[in-house]
Design a binder for this molecule. Structure first.
Ligand SMILES: [Zn+2]
Length: 325
């Protein structure tokens, strides 16, 4: 984890392994300060506070959650008394997406002999995911802490004359997706609208909605984008994300038309220029999303997390690449 200054008043804390839960955080260090996203567990949240503490005068009184996923909200409880701001859909979304109990159970099962043997035979992907998560994260002590201030389309903060614009762009990859734009400093904290140098994860929204969000980010023309996952970039990061999504959707269509399942398609798809991205097996969720759209499935059709881990694992094994989640 490292601290990086991105403009006069904007900073980022970056999780460099760039796998599942390795979310970045941001800070606008002015007018009492605003933290953008609070990390995936208490250990990482405390480290983030320590790193930002090198530059801020005191704990910020405001936090923004860019969406409802646990890796962006599980440090909220460490900001006691702060105003926590998010899109109106986030508290409801957090009840499912940011419930730490299923992850705790998965890690516990992976630690105990009999449940581990069962996982190994029935859900090898879930077991591999648990082992990976265990290397870096620990969900003990997390008490999901919902936002206290909700907004609908836009919300503007005035930090001693520096405007910070919160723009709801969801559903993009989640329902509550919000980007944080600091126009005067030409910075966008993109949340998970931008994954950088890793295959994106997604649970909601359509391709068109995500592509439109990326167009908006390019149109805002920031000098620096702080992605939800991965290293800092300029607008080329948003353009590359867009190219990836368009490429995967197009490839998925060819397999769909030939009658292959989304899993078979994911095992065969040519990774093209994205072969070096981390967690390449996560292409499965993007192919499956495309299939859901081709079939006109209901918008919010549920995901089975265990099956998703198994599918990603099976894609990685078939491709002889690292099984990363
Ligand atoms: Zn994330």
């Amino acid at each position: 984890m490292k601290l990086q200054q991105v403009s006069d008043n904007c900073f980022a804390v970056l999780n460099e392994r760039n796998r599942m839960f390795d979310a970045n955080s941001g800070l606008v260090n002015r007018g009492g300060g605003v933290v953008v996203d609070t990390q995936p567990d208490l250990h990482h949240a405390r480290r983030m506070i320590e790193l930002f503490g090198r530059v801020w005068p005191g704990m910020p009184k405001r936090v923004v959650n860019t969406h409802e996923d646990g890796d962006h909200v599980w440090g909220n409880q460490l900001f006691a008394g702060a105003e926590i701001i998010a899109h109106r859909s986030v508290p409801g979304g957090m009840r499912d997406a940011a419930d730490p109990r299923p992850f705790r159970e998965l890690l516990r099962d992976a630690d105990r002999l009999m449940p581990r043997l069962l996982l190994a035979t029935r859900h090898p992907g879930a077991l591999a995911a648990a082992r990976q998560i265990r290397e870096d994260f620990d969900f003990d002590g997390i008490e999901p802490t919902p936002p206290t201030t909700l907004f609908d389309e836009r919300h503007v903060l005035d930090l001693d004359g520096l405007e910070v614009h919160l723009i709801h762009v969801g559903p993009c990859q989640q329902r509550g997706d919000t980007i944080v734009h600091v126009p005067e400093e030409r910075v966008v904290f993109a949340g998970d609208a931008v994954f950088r140098q890793c295959a994106p994860m997604r649970w909601s929204g359509t391709y068109e909605e995500w592509l439109a969000t990326l167009d908006l980010i390019v149109w805002l023309d920031p000098d620096v984008i702080v992605p939800g996952h991965g290293p800092l970039c300029g607008i080329e990061g948003a353009m590359e994300m867009k190219a990836y999504l368009e490429y995967v959707r197009e490839e998925a269509r060819r397999f769909f038309d030939r009658g292959l399942t989304s899993l078979e398609a994911s095992r065969r798809i040519d990774f093209g220029p994205y072969a070096s991205w981390r967690c390449a097996g996560r292409v499965y969720v993007n192919v499956e999303c495309a299939y859901r759209e081709f079939r006109n499935d209901p918008r919010d059709a549920a995901w089975d997390r265990t099956k998703t881990f198994d599918a990603i694992y099976s894609v990685a094994k078939a491709r002889r690449i690292d099984a990363e989640f």
